[in-house]
Design a protein around this ligand. Structure first.
Ligand SMILES: [Fe+2]
Length: 275
């Protein structure tokens, strides 16, 4: 069955059929999915009952896995529920229980409810992210995506000129500071030193420009911090208007792949206090 894609939203996001993510793909299917990613930026694969190993194998067909042995990382590998190569975006602790709302790891996770692009705080940020829905909360587990190409296209001429050559500084500490979590260790401060990222990116295949926004962006080179924060806040508000946003309502077996270069996303999981 050939790969086909049905649009899920007027400007981006599509649902793929004709792919079994648990099997190795032909080069033709890989090319079709990559072309789909270039066009839609978010792709949903339904009914994929895959294991962690299958998810890793599927992911590797699209590039190398992100790997940082950063000292001072928020959770040591020995405390992880999942094998190396898979980041845990659940609300579970290492023993599989619902995480305490006092858990420091939870404070880091809460920041994912702000609009962001994965690993924009790394020198080489993430290209794609692949999130697999295995067990869902009973409500409130949407992931929202915003198309930063459409947002760029909709900028007025003056703003488009203003952002063209701007360079932002991104750090995980900026996004956690934004929710009032500032109690960082020295190794964390060292591990998450700000990195430079251009605010306007050009897609290497399509040539489309997009805004590389993220809650991790906390400064603009050459600007005062308050001016930069307000500008980035206004720009983020503009770029995440409902017309640019697709809200994914998870079903068990969904595998969702998104392009971090051209989209932002945020989690909408419920508070641990009401779990
Ligand atoms: Fe994320």
């Amino acid at each position: 069955m050939p790969v086909s894609i049905r649009p899920l939203h007027p400007v981006f996001a599509g649902e793929v059929s004709g792919v079994d993510c648990g099997e190795s793909l032909s080069s033709r299917d890989i090319a079709a999915i990559e072309a789909g990613m270039d066009q839609y930026a978010v792709l949903v694969f339904r009914d994929q009952q895959i294991t962690d190993d299958q998810q890793l194998a599927f992911t590797r067909q699209f590039g190398a896995l992100e790997s940082y042995g950063t000292p001072g990382h928020i959770r040591r590998a020995s405390e992880s529920r999942l094998q190396r190569g898979i980041a845990d975006f659940s609300n579970l602790d290492p023993s599989g229980k619902i995480m305490s709302d006092q858990d420091r790891v939870w404070f880091f996770k809460l920041g994912d409810r702000l609009w962001h692009s994965d690993s924009s705080f790394r020198p080489v940020p993430a290209k794609y992210s692949l999130l697999s829905g295995r067990i869902l909360p009973t409500w409130g587990a949407n992931t929202e995506f915003a198309d930063m190409r459409a947002a760029y296209d909709a900028l007025d001429d003056r703003t488009r000129t203003e952002v063209e050559d701007l360079v932002c500084l991104h750090s995980l500490l900026f996004s956690r500071e934004a929710i009032g979590f500032t109690d960082m260790t020295e190794p964390e401060k060292a591990a998450f030193r700000p990195v430079r990222q251009r605010l306007v990116r050009t897609h290497p295949v399509t040539g489309r420009k997009s805004l590389f926004l993220s809650s991790h962006a906390g400064a603009i080179e050459g600007w005062t911090i308050p001016e930069a924060r307000m500008f980035l806040r206004d720009l983020t508000e503009f770029a995440t208007q409902p017309r640019f946003v697709y809200a994914h309502e998870w079903r068990v077996g969904d595998l969702v792949v998104w392009d971090n270069r051209t989209t932002m996303h945020r989690a909408a999981f419920r508070s641990q206090r009401s779990a």
